[in-house]
Design a protein around this ligand. Structure first.
Ligand code: VGL
Ligand code: ZN
Length: 195
């Protein structure tokens, strides 16, 4: 756990939603339930240190090329206004939530959205929100380590934040064996701290 949460630090809690964190979720990440406890501990430390805390929420339309049913990669998950898309009921809420994927784009990163057809990238508003509050450091936790946590951390580095991922408060979906370790290597390569 970074020992120095302060007012210049933002904790970004990625996609701690039923479909990823509950064993009955459609894209349950092994270890997702324990992640909720570890994430809550980070939220408490961040709150105590006066850090900004923000949440992301995967929020897909029922049909999107993000889903295997429409030619994409993933089982149907986090469909807007369904149980699976709700943030986990045990997650401690201490700040605003930014939704992503709302227009049918993949929405992997909490900072940007890429249209799956045109490839066009647009901001989600998270950067503005953090910048407004004076954040210089970003700490990323949540799900999944090798997908949305990775994409969010890589964007945070690109945007100039001193960026840390707390791997103990995350878990990989591992579509392929080793994706978790590869994600950590890729993030470190890009300048993300993964202590
Ligand atoms: C995620 C797969 C598809 C995530 C989102 O939150 O990591 N993974 N959509
Ligand atoms: Zn998704």
């Amino acid at each position: 756990m970074p020992d120095s949460y302060d007012s210049r630090t933002a904790l970004v809690v990625v996609d701690v939603q039923n479909d990823f964190a509950d064993p009955n979720g459609s894209l349950f990440v092994t270890g997702g339930e324990q992640v909720v406890t570890a994430v809550n501990a980070e939220i408490e430390a961040a709150r105590a240190g006066g850090a900004t805390i923000a949440y992301t929420q995967d929020w897909h339309p029922p049909e999107t090329p993000h889903f295997v049913t429409d030619g994409g990669t993933w089982p149907v998950h986090c469909v807007r206004d369904t149980w699976g898309a709700e943030l986990h009921p045990d997650l401690v809420m201490e700040g605003p939530t930014v939704r992503k994927g709302t227009g049918g784009e993949d929405g992997y990163s909490g900072f940007s959205m890429q249209d799956p057809e045109s490839g066009e990238v647009s901001p989600t508003g998270l950067h503005e929100l953090l910048a407004e509050r004076g954040a210089e450091r970003v700490v990323v936790v949540g799900l999944a380590l090798d997908v949305c946590v990775k994409a969010t951390a890589l964007d945070a580095v690109r945007l100039g934040y001193d960026t840390t991922v707390v791997a103990e408060a995350s878990a990989p979906v591992e579509l392929e064996d080793g994706d978790g370790e590869r994600a950590i290597a890729e993030m470190r390569e890009a300048g993300v701290r993964v202590p």
